[in-house]
Design a protein around this ligand. Sequence first.
Ligand SMILES: NC(=O)c1ccc[n+]([C@@H]2O[C@H](COP(=O)([O-])OP(=O)(O)OC[C@H]3O[C@@H](n4cnc5c(N)ncnc54)[C@H](OP(=O)(O)O)[C@@H]3O)[C@@H](O)[C@H]2O)c1
Length: 297
Amino acid sequence: MAFIDGKEIAAGIKERVAAQIAALPDGVVPGLATLLVGDDYGAAQYRGQIERLTTKSGFHYVDARLPATATLGEIHAKLDRLTADPAVHGILPLRPFPDGVGDEAVIDRLPPEKDIDGFHPDNLGRLLLDAPRLIPSTARACLVALDAAGVDLKGKEVVVVGRSATVGKPVGLLCMARHATVTTLHSRTRDLALHTRRADVVIVAIGRPRFLTAEMISDGAVVIDVGINWEEYTDADGNKKGRLVGDADTDGCAAVAAAITPVPGGVGAITNACLLENTLAALRLQDGGRRGRADSR
Ligand SMILES: NC(=O)c1ccc[n+]([C@@H]2O[C@H](COP(=O)([O-])OP(=O)(O)OC[C@H]3O[C@@H](n4cnc5c(N)ncnc54)[C@H](OP(=O)(O)O)[C@@H]3O)[C@@H](O)[C@H]2O)c1
């Protein structure tokens, strides 16, 4: 069994990104903005990761924020300012949004060419039409992990557990585009293990800690674990602690699988690096980033 090392894969992507930045015309700097609404712990952590990653990678980073009380109109106004900023090539609104503000109402406001998470209907529609432009970064990260593990998807049975528009559905489309036979499972699937056991590749993205167990996969399967779950536990000295765990029982599955992505250090690390690549792709879709900076915070 091999662990698919997301950190190493991400390092390779970052090297490619650095080479692409070095090749940009003088004065052109890729710019990424996050929009954090409120103070959700997970979203705030993710924002911090993106800030560290972008600034280390030579990107211009804009930290846009709104209070948890922000209305949809205020969120739209902030997105409009980021959209108008020529130094911002990619915009990443961080979910969750305030109660009563639907994801679609926020994402629809983004210009598709600045939608670096690939969630705008235009970008998802292009994926459906096999003409992708900006691809959801987590779905793309799963494919990057499979490529790194040397998995040729042609003709393979791929089972995707989870059908969200942000992970499950796009990753299924990407696998289908590589000529895999794809089955999508969800919370109403009867006898889920019947499907996962016959899969060459299981991609699990459901947000349920350690859900996929060794008994649910076949010998030699490849497991891509997208899940990021916070698990509290008590250590040997009786102290309460927390740790990140995936949607798969990593150790159990590792004993059976040919390869598996760990959590942390798997898909999540690759996803962040893919965001950098998506920002460069967004820059190319725009005007080459030749215009100057404006303060859109
Ligand atoms: N690594 C990364 O970069 C990254 C990025 C994004 C998300 N994530 C993680 O990936 C996980 C999924 O994220 P998401 O945004 O796709 O979640 P989501 O929008 O909540 O969707 C969860 C999906 O899982 C299905 N599901 C839930 N419980 C199930 C069960 N017991 N059996 C079968 N299917 C079940 C749901 O089915 P129904 O449709 O029937 O409700 C739904 O389709 C989360 O842990 C999230 O933190 C990781």
